[in-house]
Design a protein around this ligand. Structure first.
Ligand code: GLN
Length: 263
C-alpha cells in the first residue's frame, strides 16, 4: 500500500493549552508513527485559514474563560461555518473542556456573562461557583472490542482515566450522546452520571492533560476513524502493543490505591 499519512490540525495551540493538553497531540503522533504512518501537524490559530480538505483530525484543547473570550470571534464568526461543515462531513475532532464548551450553543460564565459559542453540537454550558477539580475514571463501552473486557482495569480499553478542572456544567441535547459513564469524578455536570459528548465523529471530554497518553484505546479509536475516513472503510489500523501505556496505567492505579492524587 502507498504511504499512509495523517494530517492533524491543532487549533489555537497558543491559547487553548491547559494542563498538558498538547500531550494528546503527541500521543496521536506517537501511535501513528510507530505504525509507520507519516504525520503532518499544522497549528491553526487566530487569523489562520482552516480548510477541511487539508486535515484528517482536529484537536481543540481546554482554556480558561478569558481565552475562550479571546478566540470566540475568530472561532465562531470567521472559522465557524467551515468548522460546522467539517463536523457535518464527518471530520474527526477531539475537544477538551473549554474547547468542548466552545462547540456548543453557549457558555454562561459563573458571573452570568454569556459567551455565544459555535452551536455545532447540541449542548450548552452553565458555569457555577464551585469548580470540579479531581481525577476521574469513566467507562466507555464503545472502546471494548469483543475479545476485550479484561478484569484488570489497567488493561481494560473501556476504562478511561482523566483529570477534570471546570466550573462549567454541560447539558446534552437529544442529538448528542454522552461519551462515557462516570465512575469517579463529576463529568459533564455532576448530576446525570455522564461524561463528554459524541456527535458524528466529534469526541468531547472534560478530561485534561494526559487523556490520550493514559487511554491508548481512545487514541487508536480516533486514529482509526480518521484514517478510514481518508482511505476508505477497508483501511485497518495496524495492531500496536499498548504495553507501555498499560504499565503507566497500572502505576497510576497503585498511586490512587494509596490514596494519593494521581499525577
Ligand atoms: N472555562 C471553563 C470552565 O471553567 C473551561 C476550563 C477548562 O478548559 N479547564 O468550565
Amino acid at each position: 500500500m502507498a504511504e499512509i499519512e495523517l494530517r492533524i490540525c491543532h487549533m489555537y495551540p497558543d491559547l487553548l493549552n491547559l494542563y498538558g493538553d498538547r500531550g494528546n497531540v503527541l500521543s496521536l503522533i506517537r501511535r501513528a508513527e510507530l505504525r509507520g504512518i507519516s504525520v503532518k501537524l499544522v497549528p491553526v490559530s487566530i487569523g489562520d485559514e482552516f480548510d477541511e480538505k487539508e486535515f484528517d483530525i482536529v484537536f481543540l484543547g481546554g482554556g480558561q474563560d478569558a481565552e475562550q473570550n479571546v478566540i470566540r470571534k475568530d472561532f465562531v464568526d470567521v472559522k465557524g461555518p467551515k468548522v460546522k461543515e467539517a463536523i457535518e462531513n464527518g471530520m474527526v475532532f477531539l475537544c477538551i473542556c473549554g474547547g468542548y464548551q466552545m462547540l456548543g450553543h453557549y457558555y454562561q460564565e459563573h458571573d452570568g456573562t454569556k459567551i455565544e459559542c459555535l452551536g455545532a453540537i447540541d449542548i450548552y454550558t452553565v458555569g457555577e461557583d464551585i469548580r470540579y477539580i479531581q481525577d476521574t475514571t469513566y467507562e466507555a463501552d464503545f472502546l471494548r472490542k469483543s475479545t476485550a473486557g479484561a478484569s484488570d482495569p489497567a488493561k481494560d480499553p473501556g476504562i478511561l482515566y482523566g483529570f477534570e478542572n471546570h466550573s462549567g456544567r454541560t447539558y446534552l441535547g437529544p442529538s448528542v450522546k454522552p461519551m462515557a459513564k462516570v465512575l469517579e469524578g463529576a463529568g459533564n455536570n455532576g448530576k446525570d452520571g455522564y461524561e463528554g459528548a459524541i456527535y458524528n465523529n466529534v469526541y468531547c471530554t472534560y478530561s485534561h492533560g494526559s487523556f490520550l497518553p493514559k487511554n491508548p484505546a481512545m487514541t487508536d479509536h480516533l486514529l482509526s476513524l480518521a484514517l478510514k475516513r481518508r482511505y476508505g472503510e477497508d483501511y485497518e489500523l495496524p495492531e500496536l502493543s499498548m504495553e507501555n501505556e498499560e504499565f503507566a496505567r497500572a502505576a497510576l492505579l497503585r498511586y490512587k490505591e494509596k490514596g494519593n492524587t494521581a499525577p
